[in-house]
Design a protein around this ligand. Structure first.
Ligand code: FMN
Length: 373
């Protein structure tokens, strides 16, 4: 399954206004208080099939302060990562939004602070999954009530809980109770199942309950579950939410394609922070550029030589994490996204698509990304 990377609306609005806003921005102090080290108001989202330890470490090297794993299925966690179906792991991860445990282990000491994201069906299994993530050393636990993947064997998961608020609340309680007080819990939500009033009411019931039982923040992706990733993310919904719940720490998600979009969302909606998702696939520079904007500097695009170093570092981490065979397959989809920054993007993209082995891959880098460029 390929991921749709087309921005659903142009990121208009004056760049100067956004740059000024970014320069004057002070992070909500609750964020670093809750999660030491989370020092700027943006983070790398969970992205099934992408945001493994390698992508996270590369993001951090480029200024990302906090990452969330892809959604990890409670039962996978409970069974120690075993018992997964034997299909292609990438497809499986994308389709089920249930990431591979090994690729999501916090990849060394540099991969902190990090939230482990749990997805599942029953409160008791979700709670046990959250407990396991805590034992594994994750700094926060994120509950996925957002994934739009269809019901699997009639089991509710992810965004489907927006149709059953009582069950969603039971999950939130069970997860909060299972995790030590010192570990923050957070929740990822869609704005509803669909555009109905009932759906919005369900959203608010679950959202309010999360804060009532001690969740530190919610990241709200204001597309509906039915909408999946199509059409614009409804930033007006976020704006209304922030106005109606002024005391809640809220992160926004959706349609963040470049560094300026992070601050555009904060300025337009009032959210305290932003999760960067498709916009950081093959683009870790979004974080460097966002920090540059906050420092009052001009965000720069990476030179070919900078792209080369980042690509080589990403490959090395990917091979270490997954072995050469899987890494060459995984890196293909990253290469396709990275190629956008090349001076000859179409040809470079073609070469990455054609690369079948790690040797091919490195050949593309040697040929198309000269050292002193
Ligand atoms: C391929 C793909 C995988 C995703 N996997 C996850 C996931 O595992 N956990 C999660 O919370 N969100 C996941 N998301 C949702 C994103 O975190 C984000 O909310 C969504 O893409 C909207 O942001 P964007 O429009 O800026 O991409 C995924 C999105 C995509 C496209």
């Amino acid at each position: 399954m390929s991921v749709n990377m087309e921005p659903s609306e142009p990121s208009g609005q004056s760049f100067e206004d956004i740059a000024l806003f970014a320069r004057e921005l002070v992070i909500d102090p609750r964020i670093p208080e809750i999660c030491p080290g989370f020092d700027v108001p943006f983070y790398q989202a969970g992205l099934a099939g992408y945001s493994d330890g390698a992508m996270r470490l590369i993001a951090r090297q480029h200024g990302c302060p906090f990452c969330v794993t892809e959604a990890l299925l409670d039962r996978t966690l409970i069974s120690g990562g075993k018992g997964r179906r034997k299909e292609d792991p990438d497809t499986l991860a994308e389709e089920l939004a249930s990431g591979d445990l090994e690729g999501n282990m916090a990849a060394g000491f540099d991969d902190h602070p990090i939230a482990g994201q749990v997805i599942g069906t029953s409160p008791s299994e979700m709670a046990r999954g959250a407990e396991i993530l805590t034992e594994m050393g994750y700094d926060a636990i994120d509950v996925n009530l957002a994934c739009p993947v269809k019901k699997i064997r009639r089991r509710n998961r992810g965004g489907h809980f927006l149709t059953t608020p009582k069950e969603a609340c039971e999950i939130l309680s069970a997860v909060r109770d299972s995790v030590p007080n010192k570990i923050p819990t957070t929740v990822k939500m869609r704005r509803g199942w669909d555009d109905s009033k009932e759906s919005e009411d369900n959203f608010y019931t679950i959202f309010d309950y999360a804060y009532e039982v001690g969740f530190a923040w919610a990241t709200v992706h204001p597309r509906t579950v039915e909408q999946r990733y199509l059409g614009p993310s409804n930033w007006d919904f976020l704006k209304r939410l922030v106005v109606s719940r002024p005391d809640c720490l809220i992160f926004g998600s959706g349609d963040i394609w470049c560094a300026a979009d992070i601050f555009r969302m904060m300025k337009n909606t009032g959210v305290s922070g932003v999760s960067v998702a498709r916009g950081c696939i093959g683009n870790p520079w979004v974080f460097t550029q966002a920090r540059a904007l906050m420092d009052g500097n001009e965000p720069k695009n990476p030179t070919l030589s900078e792209q080369r170093s980042t690509l080589l570092a990403h490959i090395e981490l990917c091979v270490r994490l997954h072995g050469e065979k899987k890494a060459s397959r995984l890196m293909r989809k990253f290469g396709i996204q990275f190629s956008k920054f090349h001076t000859n993007p179409d040809e470079t993209k073609k070469q990455f698509i054609q690369a079948e082995s790690m040797q091919d891959w490195k050949g593309v880098i040697e040929k198309s990304y000269p050292i002193d460029s």
